[in-house]
Ligand binder design. Structure first.
Ligand code: SAH
Length: 391
């Protein structure tokens, strides 16, 4: 008999709205002694069958819905979902050979992220349910056209919340060179899949790299939290007059040097420093830039950290606005899911006020189409950006 999870009275409502998460507080009882990652049948307090879910006994998110009907989850279903997710991204191949192939709940594969870098796909499994299907997932990804290697980077902190240890290494094929090169909008970027951030690269800033290339012509550009300098390369290739990159990580800046060389552009000024300190120094020296890209790491990992993070976002944006030359443009970002567009706009408005600059929104930016957001699962949205022009 399939194990079952029975919800408390009334707690079926979010499942009926097709929200995929069942929190521990919504669970009345669990029958049949499921192991971590096992599929459980989900039913309401009155016994109505609602679908099936992956069981995560260690997590506050006690189960994640695999289906909202009576579909039985097996290897063929997993493979079908992987293939469908890949097909939905097929059109992106015209702009890049790298994209997010699978984005977790948005592709009906909770806990599974798969990023394609040319012939190599890097997977990150973050839940007990995803872990349970590791081998079928690896087979399904390896079977996609043009895939030579499947590499696992299940080393995200969130795994601890599921009681899972870190796990990395080759799952299928051979990696060959640890550092690969991708081509996006005609520019080449090195990706360190084994040691880089996330799965190696910030695929979610693809659209912004293109925009920076368009905006950078004849501009003095500052790239804050620049990582491996992808924005700096896009700016230089777009005809920037000068480019300056700030990051606190030496290895990231080494990557920026390599990326500039890969494209035959000037790497510009590379500053290894804490961005908060360096922006203050630049302010004190009255330096100015025409185009600033401000993309800090996730400053609020949870809702509880939002207050403190809000102050940090305001501080950074205040400094960046002060560094803008008259008529300059700021592309400012938050990758904290808890920071909504509304709140972010308010934070930036406060910063502009304190900077005594008149600032206008000329664009709103979000994560790109390979990181889609189901209407039933707004939690998938995490990347928020504003394009601002200061007078
Ligand atoms: N915009 C980049 C991604 C930025 S990721 C891109 O699209 O590729 C955030 C970067 O901030 C990381 O490279 C990290 O090394 C850097 N970082 C984190 N804290 C920092 C700090 N206090 N000062 C400067 N850089 C920092």
């Amino acid at each position: 008999m399939t194990p079952a999870l029975t919800l408390r009275p009334g707690r079926e409502r979010s499942v009926l709205r097709r929200h995929p998460w069942i929190f521990s507080g919504a669970v009345q009882s669990v029958e049949g002694d499921p192991a971590p990652g096992d599929t459980v049948m989900v039913r309401s307090a009155t016994g109505t069958r609602l679908g099936s879910a992956a069981y995560s006994p260690a997590s506050q998110i006690r189960a994640r819905m695999w289906s909202f009907d009576d579909e039985v989850i097996d290897e063929a279903v997993i493979a079908g979902r992987v293939a469908a997710a890949a097909r939905r991204r097929a059109g992106l191949a015209t702009v890049s050979d790298a994209c997010r192939l699978v984005y977790s709940e948005a592709d009906e594969l909770p806990g599974v992220v798969a990023d394609r870098y040319g012939e190599v796909v890097v997977v990150q499994l973050t839940t007990a349910g995803a872990e349970r299907w590791r081998e079928p997932l690896a087979d399904a990804i390896a079977a996609l056209p043009g895939v030579r290697c499947v590499y696992e980077r299940s080393d995200a902190d969130v795994r601890q919340r599921e009681g899972l240890a870190a796990r990395t290494g080759v799952l299928r094929g051979a990696l060959g060179d640890r550092e690969l090169t991708i081509v996006e909008h005609g520019l080449r970027y090195a990706v360190d899949v084994a040691g880089g951030h996330k799965t190696g690269f910030y695929l979610d800033q693809r659209d912004a790299r293109w925009l920076v290339g368009v905006l950078a012509a004849d501009r003095h550009v500052l790239n804050v939290f620049g990582y491996t300098g992808s924005m700096s390369v896009a700016a230089a290739a777009g005809g920037a007059r000068s480019v300056c990159t700030i990051d606190s990580s030496g290895p990231a800046l080494d990557g920026a040097r390599r990326n500039a060389a890969l494209n035959g552009v000037d790497g510009g000024e590379l500053i290894e420093a804490d961005a908060f300190t360096e922006l203050r120094r630049m302010r004190d020296r009255a330096r100015h830039f025409d185009l600033i890209f401000l993309d800090p790491p996730k400053l609020a990992a949870t809702e509880g950290q939002l207050d403190k993070a809000t102050r940090a976002y305001k501080d950074l944006n205040l400094l960046a606005i002060k560094l803008l030359a008259p008529g300059g443009t700021l592309l400012t970002w938050s990758c904290s899911g808890a920071m909504t567009m509304d709140l972010f706009q308010k934070v930036v408005a406060g910063a502009a006020l304190d900077a005594r600059r008149s600032v206008t929104i000329t664009g709103r930016l979000h994560q790109p189409s390979d990181h889609p957001v189901p209407l039933a699962f707004p939690e998938a949205e995490y990347l928020t950006g504003l394009v601002l022009r200061a007078t």
